[in-house]
Design a protein around this ligand. Structure first.
Ligand code: GLC
Ligand code: CA
Length: 556
């Protein structure tokens, strides 16, 4: 298969959620001074691109995803000059930079909204979605999707928090504003955008009431992949094309067939999309229904996207970001911290697509368990606690928050074992996970077989072989509840990836077609027990693998 070899296909992204990454000026809040100092660290992982979650001025009702000025930097994080310094240094290290574009909504403190509220006939009055009477839609983050505004005497739509009014993308002036924002950052030299809930920006005319019984699910058909979405996306694409900028869409609830509409054909408007199917191997809608982790669910979702996009479109690969709890606590085992952290890395970093590593994932940071809901910051966790899980007793409600809060991925980055985990010299804006004395970058730098060094090895190996980037994917033992086995092959070169998700030792028999073949063990997470670099004749029945053992083999 002849893939077009665009830069993003060989890229490995590192995602920065700046507030908790590194405090460079001693006020307890992560910032661009801290990022500047850590760019070499990011490069040392083998990453060659950064996605910045929002850096813009924001009242932080949704920690940056409520933007009050698209063309500036939040003063807590630095200023445009400091941003430019980070950008230039990143580029000089060979790291590309992608910004977060959040245009489904703004903050209610954005000048546009402040103007829009004032009357029904000012230049900004149609920038948002106003109605005399609300419909029955629910928001994702905070109760009903409509809020009454006294000044204007009308309700405005907010699909997310109350302080995140939805923009009216049907208004051509709003789309012009979005294009100005794109140009502002592209002219400065950024390399593209991650586009927040971009499949929600076109709403069905008339905003019909939902007939469904389940909140949100019923009405979603009226704004997901809405009637004009592809026209609007085309307008933004044209601007990005002038700069050869990459566009990565976030697509909550997206399906393969709707994703392909954005990713292929004449109206291709995105280079990649973040899908969510594989993030529900232990839940339904992350924060609502909790289920025990099932490897088969995870594999089914991953394989579905691998097979369905083959030869047509390019996948994103991720296990964590600022919206999901830490993956070791979900799909791995905190007790088998190193083993499960490395097995998870191996399971996803060799799939076909562009990998994203979220800050702290590379050292296996885990979920925080705070004692009371008051200590949590995230609007979504509070909303779930107070509005959805009300039938449970206190202990169960808190357990649900421990399992699912987005705050678990937002605790300060654990750099070393000094006070405040080396994140800051003063008490940080949010709790540090108490396990920072064991789990931190400095310690893992010094341990050859650490999760951190395993990530480095995976990334390096991936980059060393076109087959591991462009090769076809094939899954084996689809229904096996304990192991994930797949190959990547190109032009006769075959790589076999085997990852156990089991806490016990397991008998393991290779797929028939590999029996008797020779295989070089190129990477293992059990370096003391297995000889890395050795060529084995593949094992016969009776062979047993270790708990969470992961291996990458090159077949011959
Ligand atoms: C996206 C962001 C999330 C935010 C939401 C609303 O899903 O990743 O953090 O709350 O959009 O902007
Ligand atoms: Ca700071």
């Amino acid at each position: 298969m002849n893939e077009t070899r665009d830069w993003y296909k060989t890229a490995v992204f590192y995602q920065i959620w700046i507030r908790s990454f590194k405090d460079g000026n001693g006020d307890g809040i992560g910032d661009l001074y801290g990022v500047y100092d850590k760019l070499e660290y990011i490069r040392s992982l083998g990453a060659n691109a950064i996605w910045f979650s929002p850096l813009y001025p924001s009242p932080n009702a949704d920690y940056g995803y409520d933007i009050s000025d698209y063309c500036d930097i939040h003063p807590e994080y630095g200023d445009l000059e400091q941003f430019k310094k980070v950008l230039d240094k990143a580029h000089s290290l060979g790291i590309r930079v992608v910004m977060d574009l959040v245009v489904n909504h703004t903050s209610d403190e954005h000048k546009w909204f402040q103007e829009s509220r004032k009357s029904k006939d000012n230049p900004y009055s149609d920038y948002y979605i106003w109605r005399d009477k609300p419909n029955n839609w629910r928001s994702f983050l905070e109760g009903e999707a409509w809020e009454y505004d006294e000044l204007r005497g009308q309700y405005y739509l907010h699909l997310f928090a109350k302080k995140q009014p939805d923009l009216n993308m049907d208004n051509p002036t709003v789309r012009e504003e979005v294009k100005k924002v794109l140009r502002f950052w592209l002219d400065m030299g950024v390399d593209g955008f991650r586009e927040d809930v971009i499949n929600f920006i076109s709403k069905k005319e008339g905003l019909p009431n939902s007939l469904g019984i389940l909140p949100i699910i019923g009405e979603m058909k009226y704004y997901k992949d809405g009637p004009h979405i592809h026209e609007y996306m085309k307008e933004f694409r044209d601007v990005c094309n002038e700069y050869n900028a990459v566009q990565i869409g976030e697509g909550p609830m997206t399906t393969v067939s709707s994703a392909l509409q954005y990713l292929t054909g004449r109206r291709k408007s995105l280079d990649m999309m973040f899908s969510f199917d594989h993030m529900t191997a232990d839940c339904l809608f992350t924060e609502y229904v909790h289920l025990p982790f099932k490897l088969v669910r995870l594999k089914r979702a991953l394989s579905k996207w691998q097979y369905s996009l083959e030869g047509k479109a390019w996948n994103t690969l991720y296990l964590e970001n600022h919206d999901h709890p830490r993956v070791i606590s979900r799909y791995g085992s905190e007790k088998h911290h190193r083993e499960s952290g490395t097995a998870l890395a191996c399971a996803y970093l060799f799939l076909k697509g562009t990998p994203f590593i979220y800050q702290g994932q590379e050292i296996g940071m885990t979920n925080i368990r705070l004692k009371s809901i008051e200590l949590y910051k995230d609007v979504s966790s509070k909303n779930n606690y107070y509005s959805y899980h009300v039938k449970d007793d206190e202990e169960k409600r808190l357990w649900r928050i421990h399992q699912s809060s987005r705050d678990s991925s937002r605790t300060p980055m654990q750099w070393d074992d000094s006070e405040y985990a080396g994140f800051s010299t003063v008490k940080p804006w949010f709790e540090v996970n108490p396990n920072y004395r064991d789990i931190n970058v400095a310690r893992q730098e010094n341990e050859d077989d650490s999760i951190l060094n395993f990530y480095r090895e995976c990334v390096k190996l991936r980059g060393s072989s076109p087959a591991l980037i462009y090769g076809g994917y094939k899954e084996y033992y689809r229904k096996d509840p304990n192991i994930f086995v797949y190959t990547r092959s190109l032009d006769g070169e075959v790589w076999l990836i085997v990852c156990s998700f089991c806490r016990e030792r397991l008998p393991f028999i290779l797929p028939k077609q590999f029996m008797g073949m020779k295989a070089k063990l190129v990477l293992t997470n059990y370096p003391a027990q297995r000889q890395q670099g050795k060529t084995y004749t593949l094992p016969k029945p009776g062979f047993r693998i270790f708990p969470y053992e992961a291996a990458v083999l090159r077949m011959s």
